[in-house]
Write a protein that binds this ligand. Sequence first.
Ligand code: GLC
Length: 637
Amino acid sequence: MHRSQQPAGVPPPAVLAAVDSRLAGSPGHELFTLRLQRWWPDLHDGLAAVYGAQAEATAVRLIELAVAAYTARDPELARLDLIRSLEPDWFQQPDMMGYAAYADRFAGTLAGVAERVGYLSELGVTYLHLMPLLRPREGDSDGGYAVADYRDVRPDLGTMEDLSALARTLREAGISLVLDLVLNHVAREHDWARAARAGEAKYRGYFHTFADRTGPDAYERTLPEVFPDFAPGNFSWDDDLRGWVWTTFNSFQWDVNWANPDVFVEYADILFFLANAGVEVVRLDAIAFLWKRLGTDCQNQPEVHAITQALHALTRIVCPALLFKAEAIVGPADLVHYLGQGPHHGKVSDLAYHNSLMVQIWSMLAAGDARLAARALGNLPPAPSTTAWITYLRGHDDIGWAIDDADAAAVGLSGHAHRSFLSDYYAGRFPGSAARGLVFQSNPATGDRRISGTSASLAGIEAGDDRGVPRVLLGHALAFGWGGIPVIWSGDELGLLNDPDWAAEPGHENDNRWAHRPRLTEATLARRSDPGTVAGRLFTGLRALVQARARVPHLDASVSSEIAPLADPGVLPVLRRHPLGPLLGLYNVTDSWRPFPFSRLEELGIADAWDALSDTGVRRGEDGDLWLAPYQAMWIV
Ligand code: GLC
């Protein structure tokens, strides 16, 4: 058949030949071919949108690597591929619960993590995100986000074999291993960057390099700064390179050039490698920044989604058990694109961080008011029904106040003034605030001030405020009741405070995000069993949330959350219209008793209202209202 006559959506002969020559006669031939046919249109369209005339040749190279990875896949993982293909909604179910930690700070080494599987299971964890542990550059590595070798493990944590062994141990305990794929940049010490610095043209082409300031200056006109304090600007001069190189983050993190198909092929192969090591979810770090376009902020460009779609299709062919999680800490309007909108609907990442929800939770707790959150969250388009949000109260990063000016204006606030209020509030500089956050990356040019701090320190526990524990629990109830995979940040389940010695480690002195990345000793963990301690109260409260959640099918991620009309400005009503019937989440974000009209439950068709969170009936007060205690959450079905 001539190419021009080839039916749309069918792999071209060169691609099929690459498969047949390697797999013909082998038992896996048919399955691979079926998957290729199924996912070819996504792969093709993604590659064509980015690489145009080079797309087909790139596809042939990719399929050769795909066949090799498919053939090498461990039979146990191949079986998991089958199981997950039979149950594609496995990650959307309400018994999913995540935990995120630095392996060393949580348990010393990878072997240490394996020893703490019992602890994780006690909490109800089914998903474990271990912070970057592939071999970073020496010295400051931005918490491992400057990777020197994607195929090796940080030596003090263990080896690649230890990683695979841990993945297996976790899988046996029903826990999926989540690892970062840092795909926007590599360390200046990565082989590609070394080769570029040694003058190899091929590898110079892996990066965005400039002989003089003309290019950088043109881009800088519209580029924001991620780390204005310790890494101002987006370009770094490199003596070896005799040029400027694009460095969005630190000067030692070199942005790779995704316009070069060789870069795509390299990362596809790294993905296969990680999947075959037993990783079940890859966190696509800083994915918003992958594509650069002059005259823009170089974030959220359409090519980012085309690239993700093509990578996703490849993993569906080789290792469909693997999920993608987008780390795009962007404004509300851009966020849902990472789960797929328009032509990319359901074809890009399976998971994405719900940064807006996190920001709005802290905003509600500071203001004691749910109106801005109702407006902002109510305006978000629904996520595709085949995807899930990652919902969380805290992570390893600072909190940036991603609040949209238009949302703020719609509820009579100034976006700028509210963001300032939140920074003041969480830095403990606002009258009456018991928060003990630290200001991160104050940017005088924009007035932006982000905040570091553990949830306990931000909620007032460090300052001894009695409202602290209920606030942390309410924040988690909101995250757990939104739908998706809730993730607890290591130490938050025990109410750990900011580490006063965060700056002591060399390389950390300018980066106060280390204040909220605490170490968990055996003694700390032991406090969970003492109901008289903050740790005991939080651990027990969070476990109860996990267990309640697992019992409520309405929280399946395939159903989106809507914001119901507010009755009291201090109570956020979150409605989930599940085929089994509605679930109404009510969240009192204030420190006083607040009402919600009982008649609203009847209007929604909720008879014999039951609070699935406390597992008790819901009673109408004498005044016709339902009353919520300070910081109380209810999941009414
Ligand atoms: C992501 C990480 C952050 C890191 C950055 C650069 O935003 O969460 O910790 O600094 O990427 O890799």
